[in-house]
Write a protein of this length. Sequence first.
Length: 199
Amino acid sequence: MSIRSTTKPRRVLVVAAMAATLALTASGCGGDDGKAKEPASSSAESKPAGNEGSQNDTAAGEQVDPNAKLAEVNGQGGVKLVINQAKRDSGGFVTIQGEIKNESDQPKNTQGWAGAESQIVATNPNSVAGATLVDKSGKKRYYILRDTDGRCLCTTGILPIQPGKSTPVFMQFPAPPEGTTELDFTLPTFATTSLKISG
């Protein structure tokens, strides 16, 4: 028997096996009447979608007492930052949460709050990405954490704040050493304040 005559039957067997596999796969996928799609969509709803969703989840992840005021810091043009919480988390970071209030009679935008680094401003528009923590005793400055795409772990997409209104903000920084409990906090265009970290 020649090589040609043995190769042809093998090809037929391989093609037949592949056709049977595809038929089984198609029948397995097509007979669920859409039931398999429901768990996928519900799990997608429970997960944050994209950068904005994850930031909103983090900002609202833990309810903060709005009456707990660690610090009040005046900014330019009648804007005030109230810090409600500065907490060390088990993941090795510090989360600061609060709100920015517009106490003026004009709408206020986020100009300057993202800092002066052009790449940070471009990647994190209308944000508080310019905030820093300074450990004076350890002589170290901490910048807001960022993901691999340069997006900050902080509030972004802040709309202009109308007169008499406020907007919640959060920022996450690398945690200082365990013994460090007091840090200086700065957000561009606002005064510097001292914060005591809990946790």
